[in-house]
Design a protein around this ligand. Sequence first.
Ligand code: DAH
Length: 344
Amino acid sequence: MENKIHQIEQEALAEIEKATDLKSLENVKNKYLSRNSEFNNLKKGMKDIPNEKKPLIGSLLNKVSQKLTSLIDEKNQIFYQKELNEKLLKEKIDITLDGEYIPQGHVHPLSQTINEIVDIFNYLGFSLIDPKLSPEVEVEKYNFDLLNFPKEHPAKDMQDTFYCTSAKNVILRSQTSNAQAREMMNTKPPIKIISPGRVYRNESVSARKNNLFHQIEGLYVDKNVTMTQLKGVLNEFIRLYFGSSRPTRFRSSYFPFTEPSVEIDVQCIMCQGKGCPTCSNTGWLEILGAGMVDPNVLRGVNIDPEVYSGFAFGMGVERLTMLKYAIDDIRLFFNNDERFLKQF
Ligand code: DAH
């Protein structure tokens, strides 16, 4: 029995010595120390050993199995460290290498302007219209008739407005003013809304004109709304949008749906009022149309002009963006040239 134990010990020691990695060491461990190992079978055979020899054989078995276990554990530690180091070395990251550039998109400059203007008017007490009341595909009634356009007004001409060929009176709206009558028919005063969106005109495209562009409409109807309030609100808007330093002027004008009507100019951003080609040497640039809502328009939507009054305004988003950033061609907004868009 003792010889057998020593023989197995020698074999095991030789195999531990030969093991070169965690895997082979694990195999040795299974072979000599697991429950079904030869060594363990010897332990099971203890019952057949004569009593007087039991202490000796028992302690020898324990000694050898402890020796093998600790040798295997020791080597196991060494292999584990070695393999871990190799793995770490392989997975090492060079933090000095250039990162991979992932380009990020951002909000289009026109959307930025719309957001900015909406924020300003929210601050001044105007809320966004329900989009259902401001459709892009419209009927003539809301785009023209209820806004007091006479039957033969040139804006209604097919040269100026896109008409649907398959449905009578259906157009692409030519102005966000279409929202005015819809809002007033839907809501009782006080009304204080803005309505941003796309509009369409049948024009030849140039640096100054595109046949799709954006407007923001505003409408305020209540008792005792005055022209002074209109001036106050729009001056405050201009101050907030351009910064306080920009001079403005109100010029009288004409729109079928407002009386009196005005157009507002800001001092030319290119020449600071001295006169240049951008402002046709006038020193001023027109930025919006506005006026007191015509009593005929109020009557058309069943609001009594003896009781209520209102003001309205409409501004071009492209124009306002071009003036703020000195952009000289409206087509840049629609070409999706990243070199342009990236600047905003
Ligand atoms: N809808 C006009 C246009 O497209 C702009 C405008 C002028 C809107 C006067 C208004 C207004 O609400 O009161 O030229």
